[in-house]
Design a protein around this ligand. Sequence first.
Ligand SMILES: *Cc1c(COP(=O)(O)O)cnc(C)c1O
Length: 361
Amino acid sequence: MTNRLILLNPGPVTLSERVRKALLRPDLCHREAEFAELQARIRAKLLEVYGLDPGPWAAVLLTGSGTAALEAMLSSLVPEGGKLLVLENGVYGERLSRIAAIHGIPRVAHHHEWGEGLDLAGLERLLEEHRDITHLAVVQHETTTGRLNDLAALAARCRPYGVQLLVDAVSSFGGEALDFEGWGLGACAATANKCLHGVPGASFVIVRRQLLDVGCPRTLYLDLAAYCKEQDRGGTPFTQAVPAFYALEEALREFQDEGGWMARHRCYAALASLVRRGLIGLGIRPLLPEGASSVVLNAYHLPDGMEYETLHDRLKERGFVIYAGQGGLARRVFRVSTMGAIAREDMERFLDAVKGIVSGA
Ligand SMILES: *Cc1c(COP(=O)(O)O)cnc(C)c1O
């Protein structure tokens, strides 16, 4: 395709033709056997992404964006009488706090400036001080800045306290390492339309089944236990986004054909370093030091004297959609994500386009 826009925003992603065509499969009622089979295949494939045992683990499918899965995870898994510690070092960590506040979940926030690495010593002090903390919520990849939070180190610090780790893996599931058993994760929430390369509309929570049994639900629509129970018997409590499910199944097949999460990680890493080196060569500085970012997304300072809108619009004319900074970073940075059906040549053309723009050509 010649006129396609390459999406460098952190989801929704540029689709492969294979996934796009899956959207055109037959009309299907969510109460029919074909839907039950589709749903069961997707749930099994989602567990396979990180090799999880379907005995203790369940993939629960939801209709909604990543935030729906996050809200379902927090509101359904922290029981009455539980207390949540939320780690914040960007927009998405702060969003986890807001979700907890809206649902009246008792919480403590460990706040950091956006982009900072997690202060694990401070975290341990909080766990010592608040012995009633039962759950901890953290974002693996803080898409605000590109910071990849070190869950292995975090999990090791939390282990003696027996808190359940609830992870926002919305922009990392399928692209970064997630050692569910080794790190002792309780659950993670993610979406179809980021590192898995599906379309928006389907999201999911991977959860240890034993955590689902919490008693009275806080919400009707986002009650994970109810979804899991229905899905285990081939049903669904509410209408699901059938075309988004078709696309997710095809995206998961493509993901497996391409070699799984490690292959995708390597592919993203190669694209990210190509872009990073290329932009540094043009005098554009990364926001975070080398090694601190995920392979999924990097944030860069805007070129001297250029406003975001100018850079965005000129790149869009040349076929590329970049992403603005959020909040206080909006006037200072732009973000480049290389999720989706993107090839090396696309990013070489992107670098040429940026070069033309910064040199005023
Ligand atoms: C994209 C994203 C979300 C969810 O955003 P939606 O717009 O609801 O899909 C949540 N957390 C992180 C880290 C994200 O990157």
